[in-house]
Design a protein around this ligand. Sequence first.
Ligand SMILES: Cc1cc2nc3c(=O)[nH]c(=O)nc-3n(C[C@H](O)[C@H](O)[C@H](O)COP(=O)(O)OP(=O)(O)OC[C@H]3O[C@@H](n4cnc5c(N)ncnc54)[C@H](O)[C@@H]3O)c2cc1C
Length: 453
Amino acid sequence: MNLSRRDLLKASGIGAAALALGGTTTAVSASENPAASTELMPKPAGKRVVIIGGGWGGLTAARYIKKEAPEAEVVVLEKRDMFVSCPLSNEWLAGEIPMDFLTRDYFTAAKDFGYKMIQTTVTDISRDTKTVKTTTGTIGYDYLVLSPGIAYDYSKWFGNDTQAAERCRQECPPALIHGSEHVALKKMLEDFEGGNFIISIPDGAYRCPPAPYERAAMMAHFMKKNGIKGKVIILDPKAKPAPKGPGFMAAYKELYPDIVEYRPNSLVKTVDLDKKEVVVTVTLEDGRTEDQRIAYTAANLMPVNKASEIVAMAGVAGGKAGWGVMTSPTFQSKADERVFVIGDAVGGYPYPKSGAIANGQGHIVASQIAAMIQGRPQAAAPVLPQNVCYSMVNGAEAISIGVTFSLMDDKDLNGNDIKVIKPKMTENNTRSTALGKTTHEWYNGMMRDIFGS
Ligand SMILES: Cc1cc2nc3c(=O)[nH]c(=O)nc-3n(C[C@H](O)[C@H](O)[C@H](O)COP(=O)(O)OP(=O)(O)OC[C@H]3O[C@@H](n4cnc5c(N)ncnc54)[C@H](O)[C@@H]3O)c2cc1C
């Protein structure tokens, strides 16, 4: 991937600072606010929208609510000190781009677009009193947007043993949530001298379906480039990679034949952290299953995904995984029309858990909330988010998928006319440098839309 002069300058300087994850600075410091222990901010004259989560969905909603309803006060509550992108992180993992590409400060966009950022961790939500409780104080809302992302569910591997779960997260970081997990995984790859590097794909709905396959390719690219003799073993509960299966399989076979080993129908049952072995239930061709133990030198094990607990705190979660139960296609809670859930925490829609979708949903709820604040009717024809996703397979080439969604006529179980959201997928499984360039153009466009630059 060619870097511009600006990219190189950034890489040599600010990139190191950007690695300082988890600092303590805030745009609106709790200590500057005398009422921090009770009220995070004084009550505004007009309406207040509180957004939980300063990621792809939440920051898009913040910018565009403020744009469409400038009279409203918009406050983002985010536990982290800095934005770090998961998209493009596999390229960073393989040493193709600096960390700087992935990071943005929270302050500049908040100032430029007129919303408030507060660095704090949300601990409770009361829809009765319309109040959000945080580690640094409470804040009332008129409208609440939840974009808190995913959490991990290790119970299938370790039951109620939370210590084993946390040990597994630290020793075999899933790196589906930005921060230390990604940095630790990169260190493991850089220190890897040979043996098995296992990547396990989560069972069920998970964040960014192509990301683990892209990661396998980029890790193999790193090993090939650096002459590391080892294997990347992909354990997939599915029968084949999806999406972009043919493109990934071609890349593994043609670019990394001695490195990547793809094992379908392989569901992780548990992990023996002491022996460094993954126990896998393999479904054989005749339908029988057998358990196998696979030794690893290093591992990137991704457990079942569930919604962040924030969704349950607001009382708008459903099912075991706790995804937000929303009205179609407005992302309003079925229980409370002033509460919206967007991004990866949403369930029940045919949308993949992607940054592109979270961004599109941020735009949609921004228009709805602005209309509600201003007493205007909401748009008659619903706008649906659309997905596009690029996956790098080496330092220059990518494959892609586009998914468009439309409202189609259908029948329910009783034969009544209903509208359902249906996806239409277009994959480009032929890897090319043109798609590699488009990957960066897409990402830069997203960053401009969310951060302005
Ligand atoms: C390796 C990888 C590659 C990916 N590549 C792509 C790609 O190429 N294209 C694409 O479209 N998508 C991609 N994705 C998916 C994309 O990153 C997610 O879909 C997107 O981040 C979802 O946005 P979100 O707003 O729902 O969650 P997030 O962006 O995760 O934001 C949630 C925020 O909520 C905050 N939060 C959570 N709990 C609390 C709390 N209690 N108090 C305060 N704050 C809280 C978190 O700190 C976080 O900042 C990729 C993901 C991974 C892991």
